[in-house]
Write a protein of this length. Structure first.
Length: 272
């Protein structure tokens, strides 16, 4: 199997829900692909009402028209969808699955043949073009990762994982992470309200602060420790707050959350 050029000429989506719809909009909105070169099929006719690509009538029709096919249905439906792809008269060059916990081996077995497969794990922020997406491919399909990077680059930043098992901690950090961050955000805002801020002021302040912290952390060479140290003056307000967080085992609690989430991801994958 040869590697395709980085930009695909056509991309198809099976499932136009939260993620399929977000990826399709991202491809069009980023100018990577014209709507005419994007096709999709969803069993729910009302899915992605704003979908600008061609809405087709079956998995096979989308597979036959697409150079790259993105599987964006729930994990328990992946095997059946792959079987439909395998029965299509023309198979895509590359199949990308975003289904959580469905291994490459299972997808490749269900597809049969020599189709290149990449696993991807985006997160819900893809709907705003701010996903953190992880990619994994088997050694013989490494050449296809550039095309997957091109695609997921339309909805945020992309990293390649060296081992498939890393999908579990990545899912805990990047996919469950927004829930952890929002719990922290809610507590920050509640505390601000407790101390007299209006709810709206606290909400705006927390969102802007988190956006700013994320931007600082995204600069080349930035580390959380250096940013923390830069705002912690001796005997100041920040170090007083940090001491209170440490007495509540803040870091240990966050690490325990990620470890629990990673374990749950592994056990769900084993059960399925
Ligand atoms: N949402 C996230 O944050 C997130 C993050 C990372 C990965 N993922 C993965 O992304 C995948 C999709 O998640 P989602 O949140 O986008 O789900 P979703 O909103 O439920 O979208 C899936 C869509 O696929 C449709 N569908 C079901 N069977 C189909 C079939 N045979 N052919 C075509 N369409 C079919 C569903 O229709 P019905 O509703 O009628 O069944 C639904 O509209 C999942 O595997 C999930 O693990 C999601």
């Amino acid at each position: 199997m040869t590697t395709g050029s980085v930009a695909a000429t056509s991309v198809g989506f099976i499932g136009l829900g939260n993620m399929g719809g977000a990826l399709a909009s991202g491809l069009i909105g980023s100018g990577r692909l014209a709507a005419a070169n994007i096709a999709g099929f969803d069993t729910f006719a009302g899915a992605a009402p704003g979908f600008e690509g061609q809405r087709l009538g079956s998995v096979a029709e989308v597979a036959e028209r697409s150079e790259v096919l993105v599987l964006a249905v729930k994990p328990h439906l992946i095997a059946a969808v792959c079987a439909e792809v395998a029965r299509a008269s023309k198979v895509p060059s590359l199949v990308i699955s975003i289904a959580a916990g469905v291994s490459l081996a299972r997808i490749r077995a269900a597809l049969g043949g020599e189709v290149a497969v990449v696993r991807a794990m985006p997160n819900l922020a893809a709907t705003l073009g701010c996903s953190a997406t992880a990619l994994f491919a088997a050694p013989e399909h490494q050449g296809w990762l550039a095309q997957a990077e091109w695609l997921f680059g339309a909805v945020g930043s992309v990293v390649r994982l060296p081992r498939e098992a890393d999908m579990h901690p990545f899912t805990a950090v990047a996919s469950s992470g927004p829930a952890f961050a929002c719990l922290f955000a809610e507590a920050l805002a509640d505390a601000g309200v407790h101390e007299g801020l209006t709810r709206e002021t606290a909400r705006v302040a927390v969102a802007a602060m988190l956006r700013g912290a994320a931007e600082m952390l995204s600069q080349p060479g930035a580390t959380p420790a250096a940013i923390k140290d830069a705002v912690s003056s001796p005997g100041g307000t920040t170090i007083a707050g940090l001491a209170a967080l440490e007495s509540g085992a803040f870091r240990g609690s966050v690490m325990a959350a990620v470890i629990a989430s990673t374990r749950r991801s592994r056990s769900l994958a084993e059960e399925s």
